[in-house]
Design a binder for this molecule. Structure first.
Ligand SMILES: Nc1ncnc2c1ncn2[C@@H]1O[C@H](COP(=O)(O)OP(=O)(O)O)[C@@H](O)[C@H]1O
Ligand SMILES: [Mg+2]
Length: 287
């Protein structure tokens, strides 16, 4: 049974000036297993935030469906979606200002989402918040307010907030966008650690290629499509060997990476021929 499934998600925005529809997602197909740690990597404007907001029930697709744990999110009413967001997903955004309430301590910040769902008694809220802050290495910072935390610490507090209601899924949108290199790697380590220790499913969207090696599977998103993936090759020697593969959809469509298109001087047409058992792409001149 698939845990999270996105079926042919399409999202069109209407450009306010020209009134023309702009596609942000052009048929996203995605499956995630429970307990997965998945990175979706792509440049700015590739549709990452749109995708994560739709999965988290903040935005709705123009067409397509999302199924999470046997519930069809895209068929939910507004009321159901509010409950879904509170109980089933945890969000982590790029800036601490968006993840944390500024005049509350780290502990109170983690307790806040629990207050909204009312699933735990006050004592349990405190205990859970302490444990979660402990899990992200902030046991010595529970009384600190966000401005007393470093950028990396604030993001770790944000992770604890995202986990507060024991969500099915944690969604992170550019969680290291404001952090330096060393801090970014540390945050990646915490994602890996929490994914393992709590068995929680994490979906991270980012432009940062360093997330590619974080997971057994990182997806590449470009122009609203999943175009490829970076994955660990099964190796009997258990060496960490990785490969980059291109996604071919059910209709046989694939995207030739820009670097190869440029180098091979491929314009709008190619010939495909079988040569010695390999499918060969041959640029066509004058197209
Ligand atoms: N509210 C909106 N109205 C119109 N266009 C939008 C809106 N939000 C995003 N877009 C467009 O959709 C595309 C994908 O945006 P986004 O999901 O924010 O990408 P990313 O997070 O990868 O930078 C971009 O071309 C962007 O300009
Ligand atoms: Mg974005």
């Amino acid at each position: 049974m698939t845990f999270l499934e996105c079926l042919d998600l399409i999202k069109l925005y209407v450009d306010q000036q020209s009134k023309i529809q702009v596609p942000a997602l052009r048929g996203i197909e995605l499956t995630v297993k429970e307990g997965d740690l998945i990175a979706i990597i792509g440049p700015s404007g590739s549709g990452k935030s749109t995708l994560i907001n739709i999965i988290g029930g903040i935005d709705s697709p123009s067409s397509g469906d999302i199924i999470l744990n046997e519930e069809i999110i895209t068929k939910m009413t507004k009321k159901q979606l509010t409950q879904f967001r509170r109980h089933k997903v945890g969000f982590l955004y790029q800036t601490p200002e968006r993840n944390l309430v500024w005049n509350l301590s780290a502990l109170k910040n983690v307790m806040l989402p629990m207050k909204l769902t009312g699933r735990w008694s006050r004592g349990e809220q405190i205990r859970r918040a302490q444990n979660l802050l402990n899990d992200v290495g902030l046991e010595g910072r529970i009384k600190h307010k966000p401005h007393q935390l470093s950028g990396g610490e604030a993001q770790r507090a944000g992770i604890a907030v995202a986990l507060a209601n024991d969500p099915l899924l944690v969604l992170a949108d550019e969680p290291t966008g404001e952090l330096d290199s060393t801090t970014t790697l540390k945050i990646i380590e915490y994602f890996k650690l929490l994914n393992k220790s709590l068995g929680k499913t994490f979906l991270v969207v980012t432009h940062d290629n360093r997330f590619a090696n974080m997971t057994s599977r990182a997806l590449r998103i470009l122009d609203g499509r999943i175009v490829g993936l970076h994955r660990a090759i099964d190796s009997e020697l258990s060496l960490d060997i990785r490969e980059e593969v291109i996604f071919v959809d059910d209709h046989g469509n694939m995207r030739i990476p820009d670097s190869i298109r440029r180098e091979a001087n491929i314009k709008n047409h190619v010939k495909l021929e079988m040569r010695e058992g390999f499918a060969t792409i041959i640029p066509v001149r004058g197209d």
